[in-house]
Design a protein around this ligand. Structure first.
Ligand code: FPP
Length: 287
């Protein structure tokens, strides 16, 4: 099975799942942690190289104190309970996010788990903890400004690579696939720079009901997609048969469109031959 090199997951719907079952929201988090464990192990078995789980966002600090406290205890316990099995499964554990905001007891468990797994060379597991993409990008911008102010960089040195190097994920490739559960179609401040060309897969299932079959379904869907990174289908696979031309008429739009097309194609700034311009300009697939 073709699996993504880097899979990232927004594990959403714990609270709703618990409420549907007549339980308090925290019960959903507890079950969510169990699902996370089985997904982590299955990804390692299938050969995923990097797995990032959105375990606690910057905005999650705004939740009721009791829920935040429960999540912190759950994280500490999960770290403690799973440390040995991470080692046994050759998984290397790291985090992104502002760890300093976590209670000291959680920080200590996180440190121990990182140290215990540091030499593993199997799957790389990343927990996003107290993580927010805007905060990460703001910190990167601040570091760049400091480097310029100190004369270590000039404004011209601020390239995409320079920004990327100052992100917390600088050692990890961008996610190939991002799964979000519970049917919500948004990134919620998760890996926004890194997700520029990630494939998105939204599952209606609430996270505590997410199954390994659904995970594999997401991988099958991912394997079926053509990732063009801004290029055209023909550039990527010149040997593959061209996409079928739509035979339906464009109706009243035709005349206007052709007129505008002629004007653009004759623009003196256009340095491409007219025929190439024409061919490239007709969208053949959805963007
Ligand atoms: C979203 O569900 C989930 C979270 C805010 C935290 C994710 C945490 C876990 C899955 C448990 C801890 C994980 C590990 C690996 C120890 P939600 O509460 O926003 O659900 P809702 O949208 O239904 O309210």
């Amino acid at each position: 099975m073709k699996v993504p090199t880097h899979l990232a997951i927004i594990m959403d719907g714990n609270g709703r799942w618990a409420q549907l079952h007549g339980r308090e929201r925290t019960f959903g988090h507890l079950r969510g942690a169990r699902i996370a464990k089985s997904v982590i192990e299955h990804c390692a078995e299938l050969g995923v190289k990097h797995l990032t789980l959105y375990a606690f966002s910057t905005e999650n600090w705004l939740r009721p104190k009791t829920e935040v406290a429960f999540l912190m205890r759950l994280l500490a316990r999960h770290m403690r309970k799973e440390r040995e099995s991470l080692v046994a499964n050759n998984i290397r554990f790291t985090t992104i996010g502002d760890l300093a905001r976590l209670p000291e007891a959680v920080q200590a468990e996180v440190r121990k788990t990182k140290a215990a797994t540091a030499r593993n060379d199997g799957m790389h597991l990343v927990f996003a903890l107290s993580y927010g993409s805007r905060q990460e990008l703001t910190a990167a911008a601040r570091r760049l400004a400091e480097d310029v102010a100190a004369g270590r960089l000039t404004p011209e040195d601020i390239t995409e690579d320079a920004v990327r190097a100052r992100l917390e994920t600088s050692e990890t490739p961008d996610p190939d696939l991002i799964i979000r559960t519970s049917g919500e179609c948004r990134l919620s401040n998760f890996l926004m720079w890194q997700a520029a060309y990630s494939e998105l897969y939204v599952a209606k299932t609430l996270w505590p009901d997410f199954t390994l079959q659904e995970l594999e379904h997401a991988f099958l869907s991912f394997a079926d997609r053509e990732r063009r990174f801004g290029r055209t289908h023909a550039q990527l696979a010149p040997a593959i048969a061209p996409l079928e031309t739509a035979s339906a008429s464009l109706g009243g739009l035709d005349a206007d469109l052709e007129a505008e097309f002629e004007i653009d194609a004759c623009d003196e700034d256009c340095n491409e031959p007219k025929a190439a311009f024409r061919g490239d300009s007709i969208p053949q697939t959805a963007p």
